[in-house]
Design a protein around this ligand. Sequence first.
Ligand code: NDP
Length: 457
Amino acid sequence: MTFDYDLFVIGGGSGGVRAARIASAEGGAKVALAEESRMGGTCVIRGCVPKKLMVFASEYPEQVQDARAYGWDASVGSFDWTRFRGALENELDRLEAAYRGTLLNAGVTIYDTRAVVVDPHRVRLADGTEFSVKHILIATGGRPFVPTVPGAELAVTSNEMFDLETLPKRALVVGGGYIASEFACILHGLGVAVTMMYRGASILRGFDDEARGIVQTTMQARGIDIQCGVDVAGLHKAPGGIVARGTDGSMQEFDLVMYATGRLPNSGGIGLENLGVGIGVRGQVLVDEWSQTAVPSIYAVGDVTDRINLTPVAIREGHAFADTVFRGVPTKADHQLVASAVFTQPELGSIGLSEEAAKRQHSEAQGPIEIFAASFRPMKSLFAGREDRVLMKLVVDQASQRVLGCHIVGNGAGEMIQLAAIAIKMGATKADFDRTVAVHPTVSEELVTMRKPVRVV
Ligand code: NDP
């Protein structure tokens, strides 16, 4: 049987674009991709990329303050949100065009419209056009989840943060995960008075306790009002702004309320429900280790599968799928020891087991864990009179001396963890770290100079 396309990809985000490109350019497949919004998906258009540019923008006031301590006659001045937003929009246009160009160069046909699955070998575009297709890849990503509280419609999510007409004076960020913590720091850096409301005891649940503790304390010391153990019970409009009623009975007024309470997979309304594709409780498309669903011709990668919701993981999943199905190279995406960074100020870089997870999952089964940690005030900010502390931490299996986890807090932690991740992925032992001569004077040299465990758990 001949098909209109060998592969039809639904979703032009990181995972979908990679899969389409490899299947077409390297696998010789006839490929089409449909995207209903802007090419590039969450990461490029309303996630990692604009977020990181906002992080850069937000860091300047502190850098200028520090410059004064280093002898410069510098002052911050005011921040022009409209000017920044215009430049940001231009950059996103450039990136979007680059993504589109990459696909076209690879020979992929692009449909700028919504597509749904009709049956295991048929897709339909919004205008009714149908195509027969050999394989379908669902790469539709995720969307912000906002809990049902009265007045929730008054709040925005990260999707809207890049398009704000004006910057608020007072902002409430609800949640304590990656997005909440990063935006709290960004807004604070841009001069907004920021409150975070988080239902748990301490933000960034799931990361190493000591590391997230330092991030939280530093954010608070810089002036972010982090209210833990309290959630929003309701929002209502008032003459001066939006009033948030806390579950503790408090009433606080803000100009902007942003919810960052997790994301849900975009699996609904694309025709999967009736085909036998498994959908999990969070709405995630259920796939096996080859990213294949229960319907053999339908695969899914990225956030819609809710495995590890990070751009580079989606890219790996998309690439592995294309290698397997179109290049004759069976490849499973590797979900072990994936490093990540939270771009708060200070940054948090992390890979492998936290101290708590190691204690819980590892030490009972395999023996004690040695914790090596150094926390100190780094030279650069100490000189500028800041109290900031960095953390360098290794979680080590006592018996094998293998490094099971590494957690870094401080400026550049994202860059540092990327490099530490190579060694840890290779199976480095503590002795391997110690054999490496320090680069002096750096912050990261502490990773290779910690001689004795601070505790054994
Ligand atoms: P997270 O899962 O990281 O955090 C969600 C937060 O919302 C948690 O603090 C959670 O609390 C809270 N929450 C969840 N449900 C409710 C509710 N019903 N009421 C009140 N609070 C609630 O999600 P994010 O939205 O921050 O980010 C989504 C994903 O995007 C991340 O998991 C990550 O994979 C990815 N991402 C990665 C980034 C990076 O690599 N730098 C940056 C941004 C996003 P609790 O802890 O109690 O469950």
